[in-house]
Design a protein around this ligand. Structure first.
Ligand code: ADP
Length: 366
């Protein structure tokens, strides 16, 4: 793993009066470029040539420069890394960036300074390790089943490396688990039992709150060790299974599918906001203990609210999530912190601008 000291050495040679924001043109790139523009920071879009005319068509979310690649993994090439470094680019790692380049490659080979703490890639990338983080935070999370034989209630079975819930299935007992597992094995979707992750199925309403943690600002809630926590929006993912009612009276098998297809805005009852802030604060504090300096900037909790159990957190995404695309002009929550429309993309750019002003860029980069 490239040590933080090496990245900070590279950052030390950056010209701070000419910092640029860079990312791959996908996922939340429009929002990131749009936000950078609003904060007056130039941006660089790494793009496949065939996508360029479409990104160019958004005149208010256009990066100042493009770097064309045939394949996103090319950004690991020495010449591209050198170019990004010589242009003083800070990379914003969104979900597709990590997906296309690969967490392992980023940790081992990518020397370009990134906004945030790249150790989160290591901690969130493995479901078991991530669970340790949630347990350390003392937040409620679904029970994990190490052996299918132990299944004693409804579980959701997740496939490793699944893209947005594809191939997930439910089972209520070991027999049902093996029936479905064998079917997937016959279809060559999986081959071994250790390729699945078995987790208690939580009934309830899903909410995906988006947070930003600023280490440049003073602590604003008691649950934090340091920094200011902002709730910048909430979404719900629209998954194929959400349309399952359309199969009535018979449920069509194709609808039992958790693939994310989009997002829809949500707000929670005001008393639940406090709950979400406490949970996020504890997760940020345990991150700080487990992988100092912990979370930096955007992160999202994937939660399910059940009236009897309260919020259960089934996943943390320690970066900008696609659900924030709902709020390029701010959200019903960001308005309680800022007088101007504040998207997550803009918030990132604002943080970088503030860090330059305070001579603290090294605090928010790894
Ligand atoms: P991601 O795609 O972010 O990795 P997951 O793979 O953990 O998220 O989950 C995909 C979807 O499966 C969720 O958005 C949710 O609808 C459903 N899901 C995940 N875990 C649970 C659970 N423990 N109980 C009920 N539904 C769940």
């Amino acid at each position: 793993m490239i040590p933080r000291s090496q990245i900070l050495d590279i950052l030390r040679h950056y010209n701070e009066s000419d910092i640029k924001i860079g990312t791959i043109c996908s996922h939340t790139a429009l929002q990131i470029f749009h936000g950078a523009r609003r904060e007056g920071i130039p941006s660089v879009g790494i793009i496949l040539p065939e996508n360029k005319p479409y990104y160019e068509s958004f005149n208010k979310a256009l990066p100042e420069t493009f770097i064309e690649v045939e394949n996103y993994k090319e950004i690991l090439n020495e010449n591209i890394q050198k170019k990004l470094i010589s242009e003083n680019v800070l990379i914003i790692p969104h979900g597709s960036f990590v997906e296309y380049v690969g967490a392992e490659n980023i940790l081992e080979k990518f020397r370009v300074p990134m906004f945030g703490n790249r150790l989160t890639l290591f901690w969130e990338g493995d479901r078991r390790r991530q669970r340790r983080w949630l347990d350390e935070a003392g937040v409620s999370a679904p029970k994990i089943y190490e052996r299918p034989e132990d299944i004693d209630k409804l579980v959701i079975v997740k496939l490793h490396g699944a893209k947005g819930g594809k191939g997930y299935f439910k089972a209520s007992n070991p027999r049902e688990f093996y029936e479905k597992f064998d079917q997937l094995r016959i279809n060559n979707v999986i081959s071994e039992i250790n390729e699945v992750f078995i987790e208690e199925y939580i009934a309830g309403v899903r909410y995906y709150p988006h947070f930003f943690l600023s280490l440049l600002e003073k602590k604003n809630i008691p649950d934090l060790e340091e920094g200011r926590l902002e709730l910048l929006g909430i979404d719900r993912r629209l998954e194929v299974i959400d349309e399952v009612y359309r199969g009535l009276p018979m449920i069509i098998e194709e609808y039992i599918d958790y693939t994310v297809t989009g997002n829809t805005p949500a707000v929670v009852r005001e008393k639940y906001i406090l709950e979400l802030l406490k949970i996020a604060g504890r997760i940020a504090s345990s991150a700080r203990k487990l992988f100092y300096p912990g979370l930096i900037g955007p992160f999202c909790l994937e939660t399910i609210y059940n009236p009897k159990r309260g919020f259960t957190v089934f996943e943390v995404s320690a970066r900008i999530v696609a659900g924030t695309n709902l709020y390029p002009d701010g959200s019903p929550y960001s308005t309680f912190y800022f007088d101007e429309p504040m998207s997550m993309g803009r918030r990132i750019a604002r943080e970088i601008k503030n860090a330059v002003k305070l001579n603290s860029l090294s605090k928010i980069v790894y």
